[in-house]
Design a protein around this ligand. Structure first.
Ligand code: ZN
Length: 268
């Protein structure tokens, strides 16, 4: 057998686990290749953008801009690196990651439901790009009393929950204290329902929920000057989330962008 020099460079990042997410990116070596693989133990998809530094080795195929680790998936192949036969070689890799599917495209034809039970009327007190706290953000605030039920505006899967907070205040000091539910839609976009009451989440991680299903109880946790529901639909990117304007069926057959200041009544 021919001998060859192996320069096996292990970067710190290589075997590191994400500090935020229960995921890992790792390498598996065999005679002719090195496989870069990913595990995702979370309920949400994770988009990974891989960078490699190769000396004497080469990629079998060009890297995609993003690879998506589906929820609860293991050994997802991110890259195949080919080793030379009898030359020295090395490789290193690093990666960026974010919650969600960076390849998702919102279905703009979807008509969202008002996120409260049939017969209830609430005012949209802040709309898209609103002047109070929604500058540059496509989010909606419905003012509704604490304790009111919140329903899903669109069907999907429950991928993230926070309900342990009892703290709210009208400043950024409380920005991390808002309870929320995140729903993953079938087009890969996500929706956050925020400011929920403590222990006010009525669904479990991984639940498949229907539009109109009760999912939470309204509150005033987090950055809030009073009880209201903050609703936002978004996609993910390399460094940031992008919020989206979405249309609601505000009355039977009437599909529109909701207007700040209007009172809306759920009809289904
Ligand atoms: Zn808001």
């Amino acid at each position: 057998m021919r001998s060859f020099i192996v320069l096996f460079l292990i970067s710190n990042i290589m075997l590191a686990q994400s500090p935020e997410f229960n995921m890992e990116i790792y390498a598996e070596e065999n005679d002719s290749t090195i496989l870069i693989l990913g595990n995702n133990a979370e309920f949400f998809p994770i988009s990974v953008s891989l960078e490699v530094d190769l000396q004497g080795t080469r990629l079998k195929e060009k890297l995609p801009k993003y690879s998506v680790l589906e929820p609860k998936s293991k050994a997802i192949l991110l890259a195949v690196i080919l080793k030379p036969i009898n030359e020295s070689w090395s490789y290193r890799f690093a990666y960026n990651y974010s919650m969600g599917n960076a390849l998702a495209v919102h279905n703009d034809d979807y008509a969202y439901q008002l996120p409260f039970p049939k017969g209830q009327s609430y005012r949209l007190t802040q709309g898209y790009n609103g002047k109070t706290t929604h500058r540059g953000l496509n989010a909606l605030d419905f003012t509704m009393p604490e304790g009111e039920k919140i329903t899903a505006a669109r069907e999907g899967t429950v991928i993230r929950i926070k309900e342990d907070s009892n703290r709210g205040c009208p400043s950024a000091n409380c920005a991390n204290d808002g309870n929320f539910v995140t729903i993953l839609h079938d087009d890969g976009t996500m929706a956050d329902y925020v400011h929920l009451k403590q222990n006010g989440v009525l669904v479990e991680l991984g639940d498949q929920i229907q539009a109109g299903q009760e999912i939470a109880i309204n509150g005033a946790t987090g950055w809030a000057s009073g009880a209201h529901l903050h609703f936002v639909v978004y996609t993910t990117g390399k460094n940031a989330q992008e919020s989206l304007k979405v249309k609601f069926e505000s009355a039977p057959g009437n599909i529109e962008l909701l207007k700040e200041g209007e009172l809306y009544t759920a009809f289904k």
